[in-house]
Design a protein around this ligand. Structure first.
Ligand SMILES: Cc1ncc(COP(=O)(O)O)c(C=O)c1O
Length: 385
């Protein structure tokens, strides 16, 4: 831990624990302790740790071929792409390595689509206040939170923010200068804030009427996290473009921008690229995640487990809990005190939870968590609260 301070740039407020390995929903520390995980590496390790089919697929692929570059074809990468577009109800995919990159790809699609059809000047991307879309300079611009708009300017122009749920503001923002609307169906970093059905329906209707691309950032809330494969599906809305990353390959880095209909073939040779994007190793891991998660019975269990957690917490009637929000295994709890203090208290008692802002706890447990493991985690949480 002392060496970490010397060698890393000081960008993370890390907790004082060093993990050596994981198994199921547990991480094991160099301190000899076992930690029950309600975080999934921030919505990444959706199948938990050391999940046998995932480990096997990655090990076998590593022995065959890790990477050859996008100059060449890969049967594993094509199989992954085919399975993913079919699961998401889209037509085409582009693979990068992270969520921010996926969102960059989405914005490029919206801007090129608009430029080709309507000419220059119609390039604004509308996003929501409280959103989080990544850390590249353009994705900081896309992120609708003032605290991200400092120190690194000049920022990319052409982004406009509106409040969540404000249909009138949406109507005004989607004017003749707009190319796309980028939305998280459930805002993650903002403390697990689901959009309303009315707002999502209005977004879909206005975008369709005005030929503005409807783009869903499903990086945190997609891949089954909310109990449907895409959070959008839960709203009965079909976007033009979807971005995924985090849980997509269960811990192996990969990001994806998917497009359907009129936006599927916007990007052409030379328009976009990535050295590592969707290489055979990531694809082998992603295939296992898709085979497991894109399954109605599995998704139903995610919804049930999430319901079990939120129902239990609400029933405590704990005075230090202000509000419980959740969809599937994506849960936010507003607390009276400092979320970081509660996180630290939970850590000391062997439970890993996340915060999202100063007064919100966030739980993103692995999908494979059992009822008994949920009960054990909740008992610790209750004691800490
Ligand atoms: C909704 C959303 N979009 C984009 C990102 C950025 O993803 P990455 O860190 O992989 O670039 C995140 C990360 O937290 C996210 O939650």
């Amino acid at each position: 831990m002392a060496l970490e301070k010397d060698v890393f740039m000081n960008t993370y407020h890390r907790l004082p624990v060093v993990f050596t390995h994981g198994q199921g929903v547990y991480l094991f520390g160099a301190d000899g302790k076992r930690y029950l995980d309600f975080t999934s590496g921030i919505a990444v390790n959706c199948l938990g740790y050391n999940y046998p089919p995932l480990v096997k697929a990655v090990a076998e692929q590593a022995e065959k071929l890790i990477h050859a570059s996008n100059y060449f074809q890969s049967d594993t990468s094509v199989a992954f792409a085919e399975r993913l577009v079919s699961a998401a109800g889209m037509t085409k995919v582009f693979f990068g390595n992270s969520g921010a990159e996926a969102n960059e790809g989405a914005c490029k699609i919206a801007r090129k689509y608009s430029l080709m059809k309507y000419g220059a000047g119609r390039h604004t991307i509308v996003t929501l206040k409280g959103s989080f879309h990544g850390r590249t300079i353009t994705m900081l611009s896309a992120t609708g939170q003032d605290k991200f708009h400092k120190d690194f300017g000049p920022f990319t122009e052409g982004f406009r923010y509106i409040p969540c749920g404000d249909i009138e503001a949406l109507d005004r923002a989607l004017d003749g200068s707009a190319a796309g609307l980028l939305i998280e169906a459930v805002q993650g970093e903002n403390g697990v804030v689901p959009q309303t059905r009315a707002f999502m329906s209005a977004a879909a209707r206005l975008c369709a009427e005005r030929d503005i691309l409807l783009m869903f950032d499903e990086i945190q809330c997609g891949m089954g996290r909310t109990g449907s494969f895409l959070a959008a599906t839960g709203y009965g809305v079909k976007p033009d473009v979807i971005t995924l990353a985090k849980g997509l390959a269960g811990g192996v880095p990969v990001g994806a921008v998917l497009a359907g209909g009129k936006s599927a073939d916007v990007l052409d040779v030379g328009d976009h690229g990535s050295t590592f994007g969707g290489n055979p190793l990531a694809a082998a891991a992603g295939l296992v995640v898709l085979e497991t998660v894109d399954n109605q019975a599995f998704l139903k269990e995610i919804a049930r487990k999430g319901e079990k957690i939120t129902t239990a917490i609400r029933a405590w009637n704990c005075p230090s809990i202000k509000e419980v929000r959740g969809k599937g295994l994506m849960i936010g709890v507003d607390v009276a005190g400092d979320a970081w203090d509660i996180m630290t208290a939970c850590l000391k008692r062997g439970l890993l939870v996340l915060s999202a802002g100063q007064n919100t706890l966030r739980f993103l447990p692995p999908y494979v968590i059992t009822d008994a493991e949920i009960d054990a985690g909740l008992a610790v949480l209750r004691e800490c609260l």
